[in-house]
Design a protein around this ligand. Structure first.
Ligand code: PMP
Length: 427
């Protein structure tokens, strides 16, 4: 069956929920017919240069021959088997790669199917760990204001109660502690007073299981890039107060910030690490939660004797095979140099936006560029303006931001930054 562009959009408006959307006031939506490299081809024939990497996930561009082949070959061998009692090469090879690449000490990998679930898994690991240590009272989490960790219930409880979009569910969410996010910028001197809030929380409460944070870049909650010194100090505070550290690198993992993992900016290892999005190069839904031996030993020696989680699609061979190939592709290439070049270009070309009336800040780190506006613009006019400019940029609240696939060329990046400048200057 071949639907026309209008038919796709009409059916979409009738039946299909989009993220954070309303059927009564739908935001402008475009049907994509195909995607290749950094280009999305719409069903109406227009093409757009993609600045969003499908929300951080596409690394090597769309329709990559090596990733296509990995998926095709794996589908011919085995598309899925339930993991329990059975295992397979795509999963074990991937887990070996993850252990080798991730910050030191993270030796055990729990595979799941989405970023939010990997956060649930991380939280459950922390709770089971403290239970196993005879400290079941350590059952609450410290998260940062402006943090975002996903849309499931545990993950929602550690999102910023205001910017995290989940206040509607607050009655059903476990109450957590929130430390004020650091105000020291990534490349500015560190202000010690940034630590006051988290230091006080950790010193005052004995029921804290773990601190959970997005290292270096807070994503959906504000696109804020903070000082590595903060992260380093939080690691020390966690050790001092017998609290685990969970790093949510679902958005920052696999090079986006200029290091393979954002924790490397501070030279720290978390006790538990969440990965997702980019893990499969944006091809399949897959996430991973890694933990160190202390956590896994504790859990396995504890009352339950097992870790209590087991999603049906964990370790899906298609997803694992494409993830393995995506990581090989990344490591074989010159990703660090590419990200460095993209970073320099984003700095050069987004900086002029600072002079625009509506712009209050411009921030760049690695392959991420952010233009912060004074207030949220009207998406009904803004989104079509970006599409008219031939680029796919999806603003969120006051933030106009891009994180293009690493393979984006200089001219593709210029199209994105030039489009942002002209659209924002017309606001
Ligand atoms: N943590 C972070 C830092 C994220 O950016 C996201 C996704 N935006 C999630 C968790 C949730 O991941 P998913 O959408 O795959 O559930």
């Amino acid at each position: 069956m071949q639907l026309t562009n209008d038919e796709i959009l009409a059916l979409d408006r009738q039946h299909v929920w989009h993220p954070y959307s309303s059927f009564l006031n739908p935001s402008p939506t475009y049907a994509v017919a195909s995607a290749s490299g950094v280009t999305l081809t719409l069903a109406d024939g227009r093409t757009l240069i993609d600045g969003m990497s499908s929300w951080w996930s596409v690394l090597h561009g769309y329709n990559h021959p090596r990733l296509n082949a990995a998926l095709r070959n794996q589908s011919e061998a085995m598309s899925h088997v339930m993991f329990g009692g059975l295992t397979h090469e795509p999963a074990v090879s991937l887990c070996q790669q993850l252990v080798r690449l991730s910050p030191p000490g993270l030796n055990k990998v729990f595979l799941s199917d989405s970023g939010s679930v990997s956060v649930e898994v991380a939280m459950k690991m922390a709770l089971q760990f403290w239970h196993s240590q005879g400290r079941p009272e350590k059952h609450r989490f410290v998260a940062l204001t402006n943090g975002y960790h996903g849309d499931t219930f545990g993950a929602m409880s550690v999102c910023d109660p205001v910017t995290g979009m989940h206040h509607l569910f607050s009655r059903n969410l476990q109450q957590q502690y929130f430390a004020t996010r650091p105000s020291s910028r990534f490349d500015a001197p560190f202000d010690e007073s940034d630590l006051a809030s988290i230091r006080e929380l950790l010193a005052t409460h004995s029921d804290i299981a773990a601190v959970i944070l997005e290292p270096i870049v807070q994503g959906a909650g504000g696109m804020w890039m903070y000082s590595p010194e903060y992260l380093k100090a939080v690691r020390e505070l966690c050790d001092q107060h017998q609290v685990l550290l969970i790093a949510d690198e679902i958005a920052t993992g696999f090079g986006r910030t200029g290091k393979l993992f954002a924790c490397e900016h501070a030279g720290i290892s978390p006790d538990i690490l969440c990965l997702g999005k980019t893990l499969t190069g944006g091809y399949m839904t897959l996430a991973a939660t890694l933990c160190n031996d202390q956590v896994s030993d504790g859990i396995c020696r504890g009352e339950a004797g097992v870790f209590m989680h087991g999603p049906t699609f964990m370790g899906n061979p298609l997803a694992c095979a494409v993830a393995g190939e995506s990581i090989r592709l990344l490591l074989e290439g010159n990703w660090q140099e590419r990200i460095g070049t993209i970073e320099a270009q984003l700095r050069r070309e987004l900086e002029p936006c600072r002079e625009l009336d509506r712009v209050v800040d411009v921030r760049v780190l690695g392959g991420i560029g952010v233009v912060e506006l004074d207030q949220a613009p009207d998406m009904q006019t803004l989104q079509p303006a970006f599409v008219e400019a031939g680029i796919w940029v999806r603003p969120f609240g006051r933030l106009v931001y891009i994180m293009p696939p690493y393979v984006a060329s200089e001219s593709e990046i210029s199209a994105l930054t030039g489009g942002i400048y002209s659209v924002v200057s017309a606001l």
